[in-house]
Ligand binder design. Structure first.
Ligand code: ZN
Length: 360
């Protein structure tokens, strides 16, 4: 569709004036089909009285009425230039005049009166909205609406958007929780989870049974029902500890936590040594540490042995503490600060470490 081809026929003088007029206007771009346009996509440029035609760039009282001259319909025009279908392509004065003329027809013209009544009835019952939704399905979003939405969004502070989103997500999680509990015949999600865990199911299994993502309960149970999440954690911990009980009772311990505390924190056994004693994997032992909130000391036995050797050496030399310093510190101290052990020498019990002694 080209502007030149579809220009209206008129008197030679007016046509020449129009052509001249158009030549002065700037082409803003070209549509996919090659149609040049003179007003920005997704915008209606108006000075209050007149509106600029995208197709020829002329300023007109009513582009709607003028479109016939180009051989275009309003729907095609709005679609091509990214405008809402309901967008007015007329200046306010023209709109007022048209409205006044129509008001009279609404009273005196039975066809208009009936049509208007039918339209109002469709709107009242919601049929109009439904029909509009059905008609709009699959239709691309007009650029004008995209801009309006972006503008509206930009006016809202980001923290308000974030809060609204997270409130919405929490609300949806609550609804999901309620639905799956009801479906399984429980009053709430907490009761469902605790009952299933008591039966031996994991959170993954319960999530899958409910038709949710396998990690749903692991991620959201604490938000939806914190008390149930704590109880579930305790139940799972008890179940994990159950296999330790027979082994530990043979060693004279009542529970996992006191065993780990005694072996690791008091006797400085490594995870490896503990795993060997009870016949479980290192992974199982590590998991037990995490489950009971116990901090692990890495290389516990080696570090403890090194500390003991250092104390022995200090005692043999008649000092209370054997302190490790960096080589840099010793260099900084210079020859004025004499240490009983020269930096180069190595004590027999502390191989690989450079030390000096302090205090007596
Ligand atoms: Zn035009």
């Amino acid at each position: 569709m080209s502007v030149e081809m579809l220009s209206p026929a008129g008197e030679p003088g007016r046509q020449a004036a129009r052509k001249h007029d158009r030549a002065l206007r700037t082409v803003l771009g070209v549509l996919h089909d090659g149609t040049a346009f003179y007003a920005p996509i997704g915008e209606v440029i108006t000075d209050g009285t007149r509106v600029i035609c995208h197709l020829c760039g002329r300023s007109l009282r009513s582009v709607t009425a003028h479109l016939r001259a180009h051989g275009w319909t309003k729907v095609a025009y709005c679609e091509a230039f990214g405008l809402e279908r309901g967008e007015s392509l007329e200046g306010p004065e023209t709109r007022k005049r048209r409205s006044a003329a129509f008001s009279a027809r609404l009273i005196f013209d039975p066809a208009v009166r009936d049509g208007s009544a039918a339209g109002r009835e469709l709107a009242r019952t919601g049929a109009l909205t439904r029909a509009a939704v059905a008609a709009a399905t699959g239709r691309p979003f007009p650029e004008q609406r995209r801009r309006k939405a972006a503008q509206a969004l930009a006016a809202i502070p980001p923290e308000v958007i974030a809060r609204t989103n997270s409130d919405g997500a929490a609300c949806r999680r609550g609804q999901v929780a309620e639905a799956i509990a009801r479906q399984a015949g429980y009053p709430d999600l907490g009761s469902l989870v605790l009952a299933r865990i008591a039966d031996g199911a994991s959170l993954t299994v319960i999530s899958r049974e409910a038709g949710l993502h396998k990690d749903w309960l692991s991620r959201h149970l604490a938000d939806v029902d914190p008390a149930a999440a704590d109880a579930a954690r305790q139940l799972r911990a008890d179940r994990m500890d159950a296999r330790w009980v027979p082994v530990l009772s043979g060693l004279g311990f009542a529970d996992v936590a006191s065993y780990l505390r005694e072996r690791h924190l008091m006797r400085h056994w490594s995870v490896n040594a503990i795993a060997t004693e009870i016949g479980f994997s290192n992974h199982t032992v590590n998991a037990a540490f995490r489950r009971h909130g116990l901090a692990q000391v890495s290389h516990a036995s080696k570090r403890h042995a090194a500390r003991q050797r250092a104390e022995q050496v200090a005692a043999r030399l008649g000092y209370r503490v054997l302190r490790t310093t960096s080589a840099g510190e010793e260099r900084m101290a210079g020859p004025g600060r004499q240490s009983p052990l020269s930096p180069g020498s190595r004590s027999p019990g502390c191989a690989g470490m450079r030390r000096n002694l302090e205090g007596r």
